[in-house]
Design a binder for this molecule. Sequence first.
Ligand SMILES: Cc1cc2nc3c(=O)[nH]c(=O)nc-3n(C[C@H](O)[C@H](O)[C@H](O)COP(=O)(O)OP(=O)(O)OC[C@H]3O[C@@H](n4cnc5c(N)ncnc54)[C@H](O)[C@@H]3O)c2cc1C
Length: 346
Amino acid sequence: MARIAVVGAGIAGLVVAKELYQKKHDITIFDKGKSVGGRISNRRVTINQEEYIFEHGLSLLNRDFAHYELIKQYIDQNQLKTFEGKSVKITDDCFIPQNGEFLCSTSRITDLPKSFMDQHFHFNSQICIHQIQFKEDKWLLSSLAEMQTERDRHLVEDLTFGPFDILILAIPPKQLAPLVFDQHPEYAKLALSAKANSMWVNLCVFDESLQLPFDHYTFPKNSPFRALIKENAKPNRNYTKEAWTIQMGFQWSAQNLEKSNEEILPLILDELSAFCSAQGGQMQKTLFSEAHRWRYAHFEPNDSYPTYIFDPKDNMGICGDFLTGSHIIDVIFGSIMLSQEIGRNG
Ligand SMILES: Cc1cc2nc3c(=O)[nH]c(=O)nc-3n(C[C@H](O)[C@H](O)[C@H](O)COP(=O)(O)OP(=O)(O)OC[C@H]3O[C@@H](n4cnc5c(N)ncnc54)[C@H](O)[C@@H]3O)c2cc1C
């Protein structure tokens, strides 16, 4: 049994953790966030004593994935089902109906990453690993953590973890590059060359219905929007008011990336207002409107990249969507392949 450290509890890290745990290894996971899931995340908002849930990262899965055994199992267990809202794909010159083409979570999208967690993992949340060292054939990790003292003050304390036999880094490239630079400058260089798309996402609850004919829109690349998703159209979301997740387009987001939240909100709502008018809908007053900037939302697939990295000289593995491209099923397969490679190396 090897002691394995997995840094990053997004879907990539969790899949590799689960696979290696099934091979009887001892798994310790670190994440700088409070819980697991990374870019698969929910946001809960209470308005007039009613709770609304937004899926402000990955929201709907393409139904093409449904034939994969792994995804099929979630459908069989009723964790994922066909999105029954009205979907449409807008291209430069037409509207293509997409009804039945997407899967959504029956409860929360975070159930998907959570299903890879095992009670036997040692999970360290809110621990940001900022240094890794390979000493005497073992890995040592260091972090900075916020600590609460008896006097209610927050202190930053250095913590060290290890030794570990194997280290898996399942974190986005911007965070990966400084960690691996001393040990593997070639991987740092690769990570920094990954092409990231940023995305502004706005979560809105409206006082009245927008009266849009569809519940889910996807847009061409040159549009200000990437997708509009009516949260009420997902199962078990019988909200009193209309809640929309507005994913802005990659180009639009890149052009407006450095705007503050106060600056970006009116711009997004202006775009939405123009879209509503063009579609015969009606823009409404917001009861809630919050923007979230994902600097590294989505990675373009790059055929010259490996699907995963494993270096048997120091037992370090790397996985995640900057290697596979941001299609969840590819991310999962990249992690499974990494765990198989580790299995082959004992
Ligand atoms: C708005 C949005 C929409 C999307 N839409 C789609 C879609 O329609 N279809 C699709 O397939 N994919 C979509 N994606 C992409 C998909 O969510 C990602 O490809 C996938 O979740 C990436 O998983 P990951 O584990 O590689 O990375 P992440 O989910 O980013 O996980 C990395 C984890 O590492 C942690 N971490 C980082 N640095 C450290 C450190 N130093 N120490 C400790 N922990 C650290 C982070 O907190 C995070 O939890 C979307 C993403 C976003 C943001």
